[in-house]
Write a protein that binds this ligand. Sequence first.
Ligand code: SAH
Ligand code: SF4
Length: 400
Amino acid sequence: MENSASGSAFLQIANDAVSGLAAPTVGLVSIGAVKNQRLPDQKQPELSADKGLGSKLDFFNLTREELGAVLADEFGVPSYRAQQIFGWVYKHGITDFSLMLNLSATLRAKLAERFFFPHAVTRSRQISTDGTRKYLLELDDGDCVEAVMIKQPARMTLCVSSQVGCGMGCKFCRTATMGFQRHLSASEIVRQVRAVLADAINFGDTFQNIVFMGMGEPLHNLKGVVGALRILTDEMAFNMGPRKITVSTSGLVPAIKKFGESGVGVNLAVSLNATTDAVRDQIMPVNKAFPISKLLAALREFPLKARKLITIEYVMLDGINTSEEDLRRLPGLLRGIPSKVNLIPYNDNAGLGFSSPSRDTIDRWHRVLNERGFSATIRWSKGQDIDAACGQLAHKAGSS
Ligand code: SAH
Ligand code: SF4
């Protein structure tokens, strides 16, 4: 899909997202469905069969429950064996079934016939002067995505991509210039995490948080994203607390509802970026399908656990969304939504025609919002010298 500005295109995107998740996710039937499903107008990742792997399943696409269903239905072994296999793969890093010695030799042989373990190949790694690392990762079909290990004072945050390109067409974002290429599978998201973790050994660090703020609109790809989240939060896999993971959306309202219903329980961030529909329509075409009032209503209904807050992201664009009226309106819009505000000074993307407001304006917004009872923080970008900051990710295979 092109960078469409039409509202109906976004209704279609929202429908695709919601129907993507609606596919059953447990049991053998469902795994067939996952493998074979092709959503309308969506280029899907290559199937294993396309790669001469016969009917093999990509191990990293399966939640523990789904793996248990394959074991029970195909091999007649109790589904709790999935726990042992997850332990080998995710805790011990073993992807050779013949080494999983607490399984019978027969089962090991059957597993080797049925599953394969694909990798994301690291095409390049750039290191910023601030310690942030950007990875260009190549997928099986040659498409590339970026993942960023963001250095913060007391921790590291891993930023992953959810799509190749993005179809939402936000005017200030470089990923938008690629248009929508395709969704990433759960496996391709898990593989980004594995690739970055494998390299982290070279730096003696690891990440404490994951944000879905790389390339793509995560809630356009509910199936891949929710599948990956189930694996990331599984105690037998990455064992990440849901509070350590944040998914950021541009505001696909029906998908926000579905995401809440999925029960994954991770943090939600929403890119509001304007206080009027007139301005938001101009910079974020998704607003034409789902205007601010509908978006905020969806946030008011979003199931939040105790003491949890929705993060409201506000990219500060000089002369566009940073007037005194905007600053007065914002607290009113957020009334009744348990939220905190992230002010994001615009990271320059040459040629897109936007710039960040002055330091004075940024500091004033920060101060005034806090005075009005909001927990507002300024999110200064990391990795700007390597174009690893928010909205600066855009890659095609062949370039690096
Ligand atoms: N697609 C999702 C997540 C990826 S973008 C979303 O839009 O929320 C992550 C964040 O970067 C969003 O808040 C987006 O508004 C912001 N962003 C995009 N381009 C930017 C830029 N050039 N400078 C600063 N923030 C930007
Ligand atoms: Fe897509 Fe987010 Fe960029 Fe908008 S800001 S084009 S939704 S990645």
